[in-house]
Design a protein around this ligand. Structure first.
Ligand code: FES
Length: 519
């Protein structure tokens, strides 16, 4: 089996029974904020795209690059489709010209021609990716690979059951806007960022430890930020609160916890795996040398890609759009139908729209999405649960293209600032991910089912008996739970719980059952 690094979360897997291209991403994503790093645009995509199978793990735009799929990936490829509750991924791929689909069943092994075996595990909660994220397991000739990319299964037991894994490819870096966009003092941002950075690594070590693969490949990030207004997000300033550590930092941190089996893939690196557990890798250039000159590489990309960013920016403004009127038209019917999400948000959310392409500049319009009142209306000088500040042009563009997922577009762009009263509220982001009937209905149904499930099983953690499954997304707390004093942290997403009261300290709701052992 051969793995060719093709940038970010993308790779091509070659076996004697066929080839699989995963998540090819080349064009900038999220309002031209994210670019693959190291740059992969100069690879021979005509050749790489001539494959037997295509796997797109989910619809996040750094995994699903419509332009690139359209122009460079063979339409003869059979799509290995995760089992998602909505048909959006399949629909979008069909629109691009793909006609051959293998609709996999989650957690079931599928036998393909020539002894190639694949399994896709689909995660389907409203908080997983853009309603759906997945991992691909591949076996051929006794060699097994898990491309976990940025999926966060509660454990890896299903993959472990299928036999020893030789190559484990997984995310280790950040892919979110927190805490950078929050309007907080710099010192608080650094402290929160540092916690987040540590948590990302802890989670990665946990997964690596679970699977015990022969070789570990850090993939799926970080992106690079080439626009001037986002440049500070690149991890080149020695900021310990930066959540975007790169592959070379991964190798350093991994060595500190005893890891000796890490392999970094640059775009164009090729690793050959054999079933005796050995791997040999050829790189297009020296990896250490490459990362030692990271800043220069980024500067060069910044200059080269500037015209692309400018061209994208020129397409965003649609001043003729009545933003308030259009938001009313689209969002009010959804508020009317929403039970769990609206209740979960529990207060008004304000959008301050500026005359620039981000949070800087003059506020020219303030709109409130009033969840309790089920209304979209002008801001009326009230207290709000969350406030977002962004360019009016960005919202104009979302309305213009009929975007149904503002997380997978506006929020991931990091071209906004945010403030909130109280805890993080997952329902705010879940709602703005679901600006279509199909998505909203699915999310409401999911929460309905989730809320009704009683978590009966307990586990013992130190002096405490706690429910076995995390109230967030059901991680097994006997593996992911860590107790420090009276606080339990679930390391899967870092949520914290106060043990004496059971209260979730990270988000509203999500009560934990916990009891202290008496002597
Ligand atoms: S499952 Fe997300 S924090 Fe526990």
């Amino acid at each position: 089996m051969r793995i060719t690094g093709t940038g970010h979360a993308s790779m091509r897997i070659d076996t004697a029974a066929g080839s699989i291209l995963c998540d090819p991403w080349v064009n900038p994503a999220y309002f031209a904020s994210w670019f693959p790093f190291p740059d992969n645009s100069l690879l021979d995509w005509e050749t790489l795209g001539d494959v037997d199978y295509l796997y797109v793990s989910h619809l996040h735009r750094d995994h699903f690059d419509a332009e690139h799929l359209k122009h460079f990936i063979s339409k003869k490829a059979t799509v290995l489709l995760p089992e998602y509750p909505t048909s959006q991924l399949e629909d979008e791929l069909r629109d691009l010209g793909f006609t051959s689909f293998l609709k996999t069943r989650s957690n079931e092994v599928h036998e393909l021609d020539g002894g190639l075996r694949v399994m896709i595990q689909a995660l389907t909660s409203p908080t997983d990716g853009p309603i759906g994220d997945s991992s691909l397991w591949v076996e051929h000739d006794g060699i097994r690979l898990l491309n976990q990319n940025d999926a966060r299964p509660s454990d890896l037991s299903r993959f472990n059951e299928l036999g020893h894994v030789h190559a484990h490819l997984l995310q280790f870096s950040g892919a979110i806007w927190y805490p950078m966009v929050y309007e907080l003092p710099e010192s608080a941002k650094t402290a929160f960022g540092k916690q987040k950075r540590d948590r990302q690594f802890d989670r990665t070590w946990r997964y690596i430890d679970d699977l015990q693969a022969d070789h570990v490949f850090p993939i799926a990030g970080p992106p690079s930020f080439l626009d001037d207004s986002l440049w500070q997000f690149n991890d080149i300033f020695g900021d310990e609160g930066n959540i975007f550590p790169d592959q070379s930092v991964f190798m350093t941190e991994y060595a500190k916890v005893g890891g000796t089996n890490g392999i970094v893939l640059l775009p164009g690196s090729v690793t050959s795996l054999t079933n005796d557990g050995s791997a040999s890798t050829e790189h297009p250039t020296d990896v250490d040398e490459f990362f030692a000159h990271k800043r220069e590489h980024l500067e060069e990309m910044r200059t080269r890609k500037a015209p692309i960013i400018e061209a994208e920016k020129a397409s965003w403004r649609h001043p003729e759009i009545d933003v308030l009127g259009e938001m009313k038209k689209r969002i009010e019917p959804l508020l009317e139908e929403s039970i769990y999400l609206a209740k979960g948000v529990g207060g008004p959310v304000r959008f301050d729209l500026t005359d620039s392409f981000g949070p800087d500049g003059e506020i020219i319009e303030s709109i409130v999405v009033d969840f309790p009142g089920k209304q979209v209306r002008p801001y009326a000088d009230e207290k709000v649960r969350y406030r977002f500040k962004t360019g009016r042009a960005l919202v104009e563009h979302l309305i213009h293209i009929g975007e149904g997922d503002w997380v997978n577009s506006l929020f991931l762009s990091c071209r906004f600032s945010a403030a909130r009263i109280g805890q993080y509220n997952e329902f705010v982001y879940a709602f703005f991910k679901c600006l279509s009937e199909e998505r909203l209905q699915y999310a409401e149904g999911w929460y309905d089912e989730h809320e009704r499930t009683v978590e009966a099983e307990d586990t013992q953690l130190g002096d405490w008996t706690v429910q076995r499954r995390c109230p967030h997304l059901k991680a097994d707390l006997s593996r992911f739970g860590v107790i420090d004093g009276n606080t339990l942290t679930c390391q899967l997403h870092g949520w914290k719980f106060d043990l004496p009261s059971g209260k979730c300290l990270t988000s509203a709701g999500h009560q934990l059952r916990a009891e202290k052992k008496t002597a």
